[in-house]
Design a protein around this ligand. Structure first.
Ligand code: NAD
Length: 293
């Protein structure tokens, strides 16, 4: 049986936390949002306003729904504001020490019935659970980027997660308008376990000269009906993020088939991380992105 959830806390107001707060408020939950950086938190509230306005302009939501949802979001520093939350979603920087410190802090202020979920992409749920005082009420809730647009949420149970917690988080996911997919707690879960080796293979194809950037992306876009080619997608995700997921797969599964492509490592070493640095497999300084190989 699911427990009733009225108020949701979100820790981390980056790309993901901002989107999670947005969809939670639109689903009718009271939202409390925090970030370690005050300026980021302020920017996040502005982004939610702009993104909701865009939805309202398109007619996806009404102006009234937007106004109500926006009013339900409160933001500020520290965890005290979470003491009445029924669920807190941790969406801070992908760093185990940072996340463990947050989970310890949350454990001190949350009421005993509250559930804690993490949006981690790669850290084992079972291991993060040990930093909380409630491993049975802890699980993974892995949203996709950009959260307001992407339909999927992977739900990951740790070894200790109880059924009530899973059912509750599943019901919230559905109320947020998302479709849940259950994944077990193994490296990179489902989407990244399959997607990142495909991207890595595309980089190998480039590295071995099977095709140039343009040929590989065109082939995959038109040949498999993917909306973006794998190298374009890698630039969008960030090449450092792609490399780190491959390292998690390589180390976590101890299988050479996940060996990160040396060319991917080279791009990251050069600081060519994709869109966010203006250059990756494409150079974004030109009007139409130009392939860098
Ligand atoms: P981001 O860097 O945009 O945001 C992280 C935020 O966490 C920053 O604003 C930072 O100031 C804040 N933060 C750091 N330490 C904190 C603390 N102690 N207390 C409060 N806030 C703190 O990162 P993101 O892309 O939003 O990713 C967040 C999480 O979501 C990560 O675990 C990531 O793996 C996961 N994720 C990311 C994506 C993606 O495509 N970006 C997709 C799915 C899951």
């Amino acid at each position: 049986m699911a427990i009733e959830v009225k108020r949701i806390g979100v820790v981390g107001a980056g790309a993901m936390g901002t989107g999670i707060a947005h969809v939670a408020a639109l689903a009718g939950y009271d939202v409390r949002l925090t970030d370690a950086k005050a300026d980021r938190l302020k920017a996040a509230v502005g982004e939610i306003d702009r993104n909701m306005s865009r939805q309202a302009a398109k007619g996806t939501i009404t102006a009234e729904q937007m106004a109500q949802a926006f009013k339900r979001i409160k933001s500020g520093p520290g965890f005290e504001q979470f003491k009445d939350c029924d669920l807190v979603i941790e969406a801070a920087t992908e760093n185990e020490a940072v996340k463990k410190e947050i989970l310890q802090g949350l454990s001190k202020v949350l009421p005993p019935h509250a559930i804690i979920a993490t949006n981690t992409s790669s850290i084992p749920i079972t291991r993060l659970a040990t930093a909380t005082d409630r491993p049975a009420k802890f699980m993974g809730m892995h949203f996709m980027n950009p959260v307001p647009l992407m339909e999927l949420v992977e739900l990951i149970r740790g070894l200790a997660t109880d059924q009530e917690t899973y059912e509750t988080v599943r019901a919230i996911t559905v109320r947020m308008g998302k479709t849940p997919a259950a994944a077990e707690d193994f490296p990179a879960f489902i989407v990244n376990r399959i997607l990142l080796p495909m991207i890595n293979e595309a980089v190998y194809a480039l590295y071995e000269g099977v095709g140039g950037v343009d040929a590989i992306d065109t082939a995959m876009r038109l040949g498999t009906h993917h909306p973006m080619g794998p190298l374009e997608l890698a630039d969008f995700i960030g090449l450092d993020v792609c490399l780190s997921v491959m390292q998690v797969l390589y180390e976590g599964l101890a299988d050479s088939k996940y060996r990160p492509c040396p060319l991917l490592v080279k791009y990251v070493e050069a600081g060519w991380l994709g869109r966010k640095t203006g250059r990756g497999f494409y150079d974004y300084s030109t009007e139409k992105p130009t392939p860098t190989r």
